[in-house]
Ligand binder design. Structure first.
Ligand code: ZN
Ligand code: ZN
Length: 145
């Protein structure tokens, strides 16, 4: 009897997107929208990178869907769980990662502060970063441009 393990498998994802809370590096996560063959996908690379034991595998035959859920990578610096990340393919290559959640808007205030439109909390955060979790209501906010 041959067990079909595909149901229980996933792929590994390494994004270049940084933590929305502290700009730290995110760790490798596991998602189930791809081939689910324990492949090691890295943002910017067309094919998966071989893992130990995969040298015989024809990695070029695998591809990702045009948009896929990365699972929930964790920030190496602050431990934040990024639950809303989706990889986007352009010309067959994973070239962008976006937050796909319905982030509430935040407005830019003076001195690098932003204000949550949901609870009106204001907090300091680098202006260059669009997304930031509201420290009061914990919603993901997106800076209105
Ligand atoms: Zn972080
Ligand atoms: Zn808030």
């Amino acid at each position: 009897m041959r067990l079909d393990n595909a149901m229980y498998q996933y792929d590994f994802y390494k994004t270049k997107t940084l933590c929305p809370r502290c700009a730290g590096e995110l760790n490798i996560s596991q998602g189930r929208d791809g081939p689910n063959a324990l492949l090691n996908w890295t943002e910017g690379e067309k094919s998966p990178q071989p893992l130990p034991g995969q040298n015989d595998l024809d990695l070029e035959k695998y591809s990702l869907p045009s948009s896929f859920d990365l699972g929930s990578p964790i920030c190496k610096s602050c431990g934040y769980h990024c639950n809303f990340l989706h990889g986007i393919l352009e010309n067959g290559i994973w070239s962008r990662t976006t937050f796909i959640c319905d982030a509430v808007s935040a407005t830019q205030e003076v001195n690098g502060f932003r204000m949550c439109s949901d609870c009106f909390e204001a907090w300091e955060f680098p202006e260059a970063m669009q997304f930031s979790e509201c420290p009061n209501c914990k919603l993901m906010t997106k800076l209105a441009i």
